[in-house]
Design a protein around this ligand. Sequence first.
Ligand SMILES: *[C@@H]1O[C@H](CO)[C@@H](O)[C@H](O)[C@H]1NC(C)=O
Ligand SMILES: *[C@@H]1O[C@H](CO)[C@@H](O)[C@H](O)[C@H]1NC(C)=O
Ligand SMILES: *[C@@H]1O[C@H](CO)[C@@H](O)[C@H](O)[C@H]1NC(C)=O
Ligand SMILES: *[C@@H]1O[C@H](CO)[C@@H](O)[C@H](O)[C@H]1NC(C)=O
Ligand SMILES: *[C@@H]1O[C@H](CO)[C@@H](O)[C@H](O)[C@H]1NC(C)=O
Ligand SMILES: *[C@@H]1O[C@H](CO)[C@@H](O)[C@H](O)[C@H]1NC(C)=O
Ligand SMILES: *[C@@H]1O[C@H](CO)[C@@H](O)[C@H](O)[C@H]1NC(C)=O
Length: 556
Amino acid sequence: MISFFKPSSPDKGHNILEKPPKKKAIDLKNTFKLVKSQVSLYHFAWILTIFLFQMFIFLVFFITNHGPISPSPTQQFSPIHVQEKDHHHHQQHHHEGVVIHQLDPPPPSDDDDGEKQQKVVTRMDFDGDNNNVKKPLDEQVILHLPPPSDDDKEQEKCKYGKVYVYDLPPMFNKELVKNCSDLDPWKSKCPAVSNDGFGPNATATLVGTVPEELTQSWWWTDMFSGEIIYHIRMLHYKCRTTEPESATALYVPFYAGLAVSKYLFTNYSTKERDFPCERFLEWIKDQPYWKRSNGSDHFLMLGRMTWDFRRKTDDDWGTKFLSMPLMKNMLKLAVEENRWDPLEISVPYPTGFHPRSVSEIEKWQEFVRRRNRTNLFTFVGAKRQKVENDFRTLLFDHCFNESDSCKLVDCVKTRCSDGSPAIFEAFLYSDFCLQPRGDSDTRKSTFDCLLSGSIPVFFWEGSFKGQYELFLSSEPDSFSVFIDRKEVRNGTSVRRVLEGYSQENIKKMRNKIIEFIPRFLYSFSNEGLGNAKDAFDIAIEEVLQRMVKKPSVTGQ
Ligand SMILES: *[C@@H]1O[C@H](CO)[C@@H](O)[C@H](O)[C@H]1NC(C)=O
Ligand SMILES: *[C@@H]1O[C@H](CO)[C@@H](O)[C@H](O)[C@H]1NC(C)=O
Ligand SMILES: *[C@@H]1O[C@H](CO)[C@@H](O)[C@H](O)[C@H]1NC(C)=O
Ligand SMILES: *[C@@H]1O[C@H](CO)[C@@H](O)[C@H](O)[C@H]1NC(C)=O
Ligand SMILES: *[C@@H]1O[C@H](CO)[C@@H](O)[C@H](O)[C@H]1NC(C)=O
Ligand SMILES: *[C@@H]1O[C@H](CO)[C@@H](O)[C@H](O)[C@H]1NC(C)=O
Ligand SMILES: *[C@@H]1O[C@H](CO)[C@@H](O)[C@H](O)[C@H]1NC(C)=O
């Protein structure tokens, strides 16, 4: 009886007070009839109903006043979290060219949840070979796990389920980071993979470009370092479980992009190029939880564009990883997705700003909102003389010709790769920034542009269509401009098109972009930013939701 009245009574009572729609009246009548049929005595039914309702009110009152020890779940949670954030000062430990940053411990708290936390820690052996680093890291991890929570809160916190993180043989991840000088045929990737994937400290180089108090949250993050960033975050994820049988999703931290980067473009045989991925599939296919689902509850993060893993013919570049049969059920996160593959989700390229708190994000938002933008648009790039009819050369010349409204950053004269503040300077002073396609349709530069509060101008549909919709918007017109490259080739002036946007229009788009900023960032803290969701949180929640929605293959 109680379970019958609990959900229905408040709802219906509310509807009666408002103008009751006919359908609701019938519902009520049915409910009433049901009560009547269950309890044959008419008056007794009414007395019982009133009695139960009173009991219910009393019970609710009792629970809210005496249930949890502290006032309310929300009040209990946030202040502890905020306080914790203040203690996230980082230290650096150098180890064979790889810098590992870690957290200072907060003051000891009287956790009564020690047992559960201890269990998590025993799995955190990412730095397994290095005992000097491992021990303090583990200790700090214990202290940094979220405050104790009762089961209800735990369930609310992880309402989409939990993630299990595979502990892979080191050759699939940490050995690649360790062998960083060997990842790229042309230059060492050691700076790029340092600091847990954040890259070199950018504090000193950005003084004067970004607000003084935010310089410490900037790094020269490599566009392909997402595999490391996601892995580290996942090890500290609030909804991580160490028991695969209780996991909704199983995360495979194979650094596929780093593993193949050396082989993609140079003269390696297709066999050599596919070898690292084949070796990984050989390993995973024998794992019991893989066999249980054939990979359909597994996912991985690709730090490179999907096309690097989808070689069509043997004369082509790239690997065949994603067309290998064992990969057909697995969900993939990638910095550029194949929008015709329903099992791919594009996630933002990492930018250099990794805020430590919500307040830092707010400061940055205010900073970009208030800027005096003296240029209408900006173009960062170089002429490619060798490419006939090169579109970038066309934009370069246009920007050069319109120098009273376009800020040109010539990448032949200025260093445009990570480590130079010139690009940010340009974006921060411009209303629009031109984003022609690069080696692929999407570019990391688009996120640098957005982060600077500048409006991206696309020339290829593939640069925005179907990409990053979870993080930005499925309405690209609300925050970007599209000018078909054919029209530009045909004499349409980019400047004229952009001058067609009113100040009010520009402001509206910029406000939209500023609103998105927290959603496409990767925060500094391994535990995320508390209640504010960053790109990692959004991506993983999407993964979990998709796993829940899809019909179970496990047959449990
Ligand atoms: C890393 O380098 C070591 C020593 O040269 C080598 O034995 C190992 O196979 C390399 N690992 C990977 C994943 O390249
Ligand atoms: C980055 O470098 C600056 C000095 O250039 C230093 O003050 C700061 O502590 C460094 N940040 C980290 C996290 O090591
Ligand atoms: C690439 O390798 C093949 C066979 O290994 C060789 O015949 C060819 O000359 C090489 N090409 C270049 C550009 O090195
Ligand atoms: C996994 O795939 C194999 C080979 O296609 C098939 O025989 C098996 O039934 C599949 N298992 C599940 C759980 O779908
Ligand atoms: C922007 O320019 C206006 C007028 O030129 C000036 O009054 C204002 O102080 C400037 N704001 C900033 C943040 O520089
Ligand atoms: C730039 O100006 C030169 C000289 O006026 C002209 O020949 C050229 O077509 C212009 N290029 C573009 C892309 O506007
Ligand atoms: C390009 O311009 C020519 C002449 O103005 C016109 O006939 C043609 O339709 C245009 N093409 C496109 C793709 O706009």
